[in-house]
Design a protein around this ligand. Structure first.
Ligand code: NAG
Ligand code: NAG
Length: 354
């Protein structure tokens, strides 16, 4: 039977394609899950919000005092041999030094960053060196530096407005991200925090090809990777039978009323702790497309929606007419699905930059 052979071929082709793309599908599904579960999680676990400024006086126990986050600020500038002047960041870095006179400032550049990775994270080194974009290296580096030393990581375009000393009793803290998830422009962490371990465990399996540099960075090392791992970490905490020890907790900055927005480092903003210049160090062609999609979200969604409906209708028609004439139409559901999901991701990230 010819139609059976074609059907079998279609099934096998879909299966092969699905097998081939299963990691991509997993990563996109994680993004969808993060968007669907982030706010419900915050609502059901309000203790994840750290309300700043905190009016409650916190009498530290002696043990807690020993666990304070180390007084180190890490900043990163990886230029891959490009002669980029760092003087444009003088004002921001000086502001942070001035407010933290007794802290150590670790400034990481290509040479000492690679040496640090080789010495302390040899398993991640091939990925680190293999990344095509400096921003991917800068992302992984901030996670490993905090895992190794602890302290505070700050993007170079962040101006400090307030000393961070009174946050050092927290095990792990970061601002929220828009439209969902957590942001990696400011991270405060104790060394060897459970979340950083969980985050770094995911690095190798997320090093996939995506064809679009901005998407690739987001899903392999950047904001979506960071947020997806955060969601799966807090899910595993929530499942644990025993009470969560304080040092395993993660916190998100919020205001007195429990709103995360006033602390978000999104575009050019001033928050209670920082001023953010909103400079994007990526200039990928796809980033421009994504920003445009984000700005014209409704129009784009309507176009995509009607396009998908029309395509579905067309395929349905063709399947019917071909089936009637004894032939079959091979369409791969997994490829179709993943294309739709890529569309979703593009829309959701576009909004972030808008
Ligand atoms: C920094 O250290 C010096 C000397 O140890 C001390 O006098 C000063 O109060 C410290 N400053 C801050 C802001 O902690
Ligand atoms: C890394 O190297 C740069 C010079 O390229 C230097 O200024 C910086 O202090 C070094 N950082 C560390 C943490 O050793």
């Amino acid at each position: 039977m010819r139609s059976r052979a074609v059907l079998a071929f279609c099934l096998i082709a879909s299966l092969v394609l699905f097998t081939f793309l299963r990691h991509h599908i997993r990563d996109l599904a994680e993004v969808a899950r993060t968007y669907a579960t982030f706010y419900p999680y915050i609502t059901s676990h309000p203790d994840v919000l750290y309300r700043y400024p905190s009016h409650a006086s916190k009498p530290y126990s002696k043990e807690l005092e020993l666990e304070l986050v180390p007084t180190i600020i890490h900043q990163i500038s990886l230029t891959q041999g490009q002669d980029l002047s760092l003087s444009r960041y003088d004002a921001t870095t000086t502001s942070c030094k001035a407010l933290h006179p007794n802290w150590t400032h670790n400034f990481w550049t290509d040479a000492n960053a690679s040496a640090f990775m080789a010495e302390n994270y040899p398993k991640l080194l091939p990925h680190y060196l293999g990344y095509k974009q400096s921003i991917q290296r800068a992302n992984i580096l901030r996670y490993t530096l905090l895992d190794h030393f602890g302290g505070v990581y700050l993007d170079l375009d962040v101006t400090c407005l307030h000393p961070l000393d009174d946050l050092r009793h927290l095990p792990w803290l970061t601002p929220g991200a828009y439209p969902a998830g957590v942001n990696n422009a400011f991270i405060l962490s104790r060394p060897r925090h459970g979340f950083l371990r969980h985050l770094l465990d995911g690095v190798q399996s997320r090093d996939l090809s995506w064809g679009m540099p901005y998407i690739k960075n987001m899903l392999s090392t950047g904001c979506m990777f960071f947020s997806n791992r955060w969601m799966s970490y807090v899910r595993s905490l929530a499942k644990a039978q025993h009470a969560i020890p304080e040092e395993a907790r993660v916190y998100i900055l919020a205001n007195q009323a429990g709103h995360m927005e006033p602390h978000m480092l999104r575009g050019a903003v001033t928050t209670p702790l920082f001023q953010h210049a909103g400079a994007s160090s990526w200039h990928g062609w796809d980033a421009a497309v994504i920003v445009m999609i984000g700005k014209h979200y409704c129009y784009f969604a309507a176009t995509m929606g009607s396009g998908a409906t029309f395509a579905t209708f067309l395929i349905w028609k063709m399947t019917r007419s071909r089936a009637a004439s004894g032939r079959s139409w091979c369409s791969s559901p997994s490829a179709r699905e993943s294309l739709d999901k890529i569309g979703d991701v593009e829309r959701s990230v576009g909004v972030k930059e808008g």
